[in-house]
Write a protein that binds this ligand. Structure first.
Ligand SMILES: Nc1nc2c(c(=O)[nH]1)N[C@H]1C(S)=C(S)[C@@H](COP(=O)(O)O)O[C@H]1N2
Ligand SMILES: [Mo]
Length: 587
């Protein structure tokens, strides 16, 4: 009659603990929405912080932009006439309110089923990601803050909600009479430490398995612990949310610096001899191919800066020092007052793998480096130019490259816009033909002349080559039907198709691009018009695609006659080699 003994002894305790538990459950359920809101706010806060650090749109701004893009004109006009110039704040406020409501629901769901709560967070992430990467201001980089926000919200939700949902598994619902139930139910109440068999069965397989120490405590204390846990967690989350929001907003605004850049963007001087618009023939006639000019928002970013430096142009100076006759120190305004040139140049990272995307093409506006060097008077023994940034990063290259006629610039603008913060505002170096890590110093503060043996740039002691000419390369970017049958340009079927892409050999120029399908002959691709020796060149080849799987390969030959070697080598120490190949399935 063991069970009977248990039943009888359990009755008084179970009644009181059941009512305690009932209260604890009620509190849990009530705290669900609060936990959800805290998770949501923490996510948004860290999203703001990530956006501020990376100089990207925050999740709220992404969603706001996307709303602006998609809302019907009438609604937009209503908003403007109702809220006037505060329409953006009203929009942000509206998004915040909706987010809080949504988060409350997610929290309420999460206390019942944590996985569903997580799904709710993920759903919010999907909306945020969609808003971040599509539309007018869409930009892959804006996905970063959304991912940070979602991760933070999930973690906070887990911290605030998870302990109860785990505990709940072991507790009978309040108000149910445990004595009417089976052995497993009894053991799962976990309230019989005085019966070793019972307690033991609680740790065995079955619903009671894995009882936590916490849920073995008398219920009153358990509820108290939960409350403490919740209050501490909530206060922490609120603090993190608040600090992250403040930090993120202040980084994003950084008041006068952002305003100063915006002003500079409007008041940029024109080039003394502006370049004509890029010849449309520099773009291959293949819909959907990589744009010839990479929009600033899509331009790859590589640097060692954890937070993008926001340099105040009012106090910034560019110094030219070292082995020069007349050291210079010039302000932003003085720099802008010098004669400017425009130059189209494809910038590239040495870490770009074969077929990779760490390469971008822009129209740069700036002061020719050679003009500044002549002004300072470079001594003949100065064989190296070191560019140093405001945060101490350095890159160095042979002086000869700045004097051999190539258009090296102290650039202030990129594609008609003052340099974005993440691309080096207020000024950076752009030196055609050599990888970025030895040349393209962003947030430039000093140009130092010395000898190659005197100083090594940041990456040299870390295993990268001192001399770093960009290697000839080619990339397959697009395989598409010439006349897409069903409106979907991306569906590949047997028939006339294009293979297309870009190739580059900065400052030497691309002479030939060849494509090979499977084990066929190398076929010469069409080349788009040359824009500049320093830019990439688009290419395309019509291809009578046949059903099945194919391997498409590309190789380029530069104007010196050198063809890309087949052999794949690593990006370190001086850039990858090898042919880019793509596997494609037709039909
Ligand atoms: N101040 C600074 N400038 C820098 C770097 C850096 O880490 N710090 N990275 C360099 C590298 S490795 C490359 S490839 C280019 C990339 O320029 P982007 O980020 O504008 O594309 O910037 C160069 N300039
Ligand atoms: Mo790089």
């Amino acid at each position: 009659m063991k069970l009977g003994v248990v039943t009888v002894s359990v009755v008084p305790q179970t009644q009181s603990s059941a009512s305690l538990r009932g209260r604890a459950d009620g509190a849990r359920v009530a705290r669900g929405p609060a936990a959800g809101i805290l998770a949501g706010l923490t996510g948004l806060g860290l999203g703001e912080l990530a956006a501020g650090i990376a100089d990207r749109a925050s999740p709220i701004v992404s969603v706001g932009n996307s709303v602006i893009d998609h809302v019907p004109l009438s609604v937009k006009q209503f908003a403007i006439s109702t809220f006037g110039s505060n329409d953006k704040q009203a929009l942000i406020g509206g998004i915040l309110v909706l987010t809080v409501v949504y988060a409350a629901v997610v929290g309420a769901v999460a206390v019942r089923r944590f996985a569903w709560g997580l799904a709710g967070v993920a759903g919010f992430g999907v909306i945020g990601l969609w808003a971040a990467v599509t539309g007018r201001t869409g930009d892959g980089g804006n996905a970063g803050p959304v991912l940070v926000a979602v991760a933070a919200a999930a973690v906070v939700l887990a911290l605030l909600v998870r302990p109860w949902t785990q505990g709940r598994v072991h507790r009978p619902a309040s108000g149910q009479a445990p004595w009417g139930s089976d052995q497993a139910r009894l053991s799962s109440s976990g309230q019989a430490p005085w019966d070793p068999d019972q307690a033991h069965s609680g740790y065995g397989a079955g619903p009671g398995a894995g009882l936590s120490a916490e849920s073995m405590l008398p219920d009153g204390r358990e509820a108290g612990l939960e409350r403490r846990h919740f209050l501490i967690g909530s206060a922490g989350a609120l603090g993190v949310a608040g600090l992250a929001t403040l930090g993120g907003r202040s980084l994003q605004r950084n008041g006068k610096v952002v305003a100063a850049r915006a002003k500079a963007a409007q008041g940029l001087p024109a080039a003394a001899h502006p370049l004509p618009a890029v010849d449309p023939a520099a773009t291959a006639p293949v819909p959907g191919l990589t744009p010839f000019i990479t929009p600033n928002a899509d331009f790859y970013r590589i640097d060692t800066a954890i937070a993008v430096p926001r340099v105040d142009p009012a106090t910034w100076r560019l110094k030219i020092t070292g082995m020069v006759d007349r050291p210079l120190s010039i302000s932003y305004r003085e720099l802008l007052a010098r004669p400017m040139v425009e130059h189209d140049c494809t910038l590239m990272c040495v870490s770009n793998p074969v077929g990779g995307g760490l390469v971008g093409n822009a129209r740069w506006l700036g002061v020719p480096l050679v003009d500044l060097l002549n002004e300072a008077g470079v001594r003949p023994e100065a064989t190296q130019i070191v560019g140093e940034s405001v945060d101490g990063w350095t890159g160095g290259f042979p002086t000869a490259l700045a004097l051999d006629g190539r258009q090296a610039l102290v650039a202030v603008a990129m594609n008609g816009e003052a340099l974005p913060f993440r691309h080096g505002f207020p000024a950076r170096l752009v030196v055609p033909g050599i990888y970025g890590y030895v040349s393209a110093t962003k947030w430039l503060s000093e140009i130092r002349l010395n000898r190659l043996e005197d100083e090594n740039g940041y990456w040299i002691p870390r295993g990268w080559a001192k001399m770093a000419p960009i290697k000839t390369a080619s990339r397959i970017d697009r395989i598409a039907m010439q006349s897409p049958a069903d409106g979907s340009a991306d569906r590949l079927v047997a028939g006339p198709a294009f293979v297309a892409g870009v190739a580059w050999a900065q400052h030497r120029g691309i002479a030939k691009v060849e494509v090979r399908i499977d084990d066929g002959k190398w076929e010469e691709a069409n080349l788009a018009t040359v824009d500049d020796l320093d830019t990439w060149r688009q290419w395309w080849l019509p291809w009578a695609a046949t059903s099945g799987r194919h391997i498409v390969a590309v190789r380029a030959t530069d104007a010196t006659g050198a063809t890309q070697p087949e052999e794949r080598t690593d990006v370190a120490p001086d850039g990858a080699t090898g042919w880019h190949t793509v596997n494609v399935k037709i039909g």
